[in-house]
Write a protein that binds this ligand. Structure first.
Ligand code: UDP
Length: 230
């Protein structure tokens, strides 16, 4: 089985909201290690919100703001990759554009080669284009490398019919179709990514990163979150 795990940048920051929280990242590392030791192939996509967000930076050109955002995702992957290595895993970072010798250029063949060696593959730098996001990045890479599913580790423990922060009667789905997610704009991933996973039939599992063993449980399909069916 091949899975792509998406972590938001904020998730890496823990309670600090910016930068890195090593304890949080180590917990992720140990869970990914458990999965790879059992033969699951794991790819990782990380957001950049702990450093920078293109669309909310006000006074500079959006294309340039997004370039900074993409670089932020690479910093995040380098950090997380090193924590993974310190826990005994083999890793490689692939980017859609050259970053000197810091990373390697993405290709499907290269990703497959690393997966076959039991390495965790980080897909950094998003899609390599402005006006996209790491949601579209994870959708695109999942489709390209033919992943079985996308795991979305979030601050919230699943998909709700309305925002539980503002509506105490919000209902959590155990399962919801991608068509319903799109029709009701439930914002599991952004709309561009939603259409991509729908058209290419990649299911998603949404769960809370903070819950004990949530990544392992979600990978095994026995988890306390929401499955988005396609
Ligand atoms: N980004 C981009 N293209 C991509 C992926 C990311 O331009 O393919 C930039 C964009 O500026 C984004 C930032 O990188 O705001 C961080 O990515 P993330 O997906 O965390 O952003 P968010 O959706 O939270 O804004």
């Amino acid at each position: 089985m091949r899975i792509l795990l998406k972590l938001s940048g904020e998730a890496l920051a823990g309670d600090k909201k910016t930068g890195f929280d090593e304890e949080t990242v180590r917990k992720v590392a140990l869970q990914v290690k458990e999965l790879t030791e059992k033969g699951t192939e794991v790819g990782i996509v990380i957001g950049g919100g702990n450093f920078w967000r293109g669309r909310t930076s006000e006074n500079i050109d959006r294309v340039k703001a997004d370039q900074i955002g993409m670089l932020a995702t690479i910093m995040n992957c380098i950090y997380v990759s090193e924590i993974f290595r310190s826990e005994g895993m083999m890793t490689n970072i692939l980017t859609p554009f050259e970053c000197g010798s810091f990373t390697k250029l993405f290709s499907k063949d290269r990703a497959n080669k690393y997966f076959a060696k039991g390495m965790v593959v980080f897909f950094a730098g998003g899609t390599g284009h402005p006006y996209f996001s790491t949601d579209t990045g994870v959708a695109l890479r999942a489709i390209e490398v033919e992943a079985d599913c996308i795991l979305l580790a979030k601050a919230i423990d699943g998909v709700y019919d309305s925002d539980p922060a503002t509506n105490p009667d919000a209902k959590k789905y155990t399962e919801v179709s991608i068509d319903e997610v799109i029709a009701k704009n439930l914002q599991v991933v952004d709309m561009t990514a939603s259409i991509m996973v729908r058209d290419n039939k990649i299911p998603m599992r949404v769960f809370a990163l903070q819950e004990e063993k949530s990544i392992v449980n979600a990978a095994n399909g026995n988890f306390n979150g929401t499955t988005v069916t396609v």
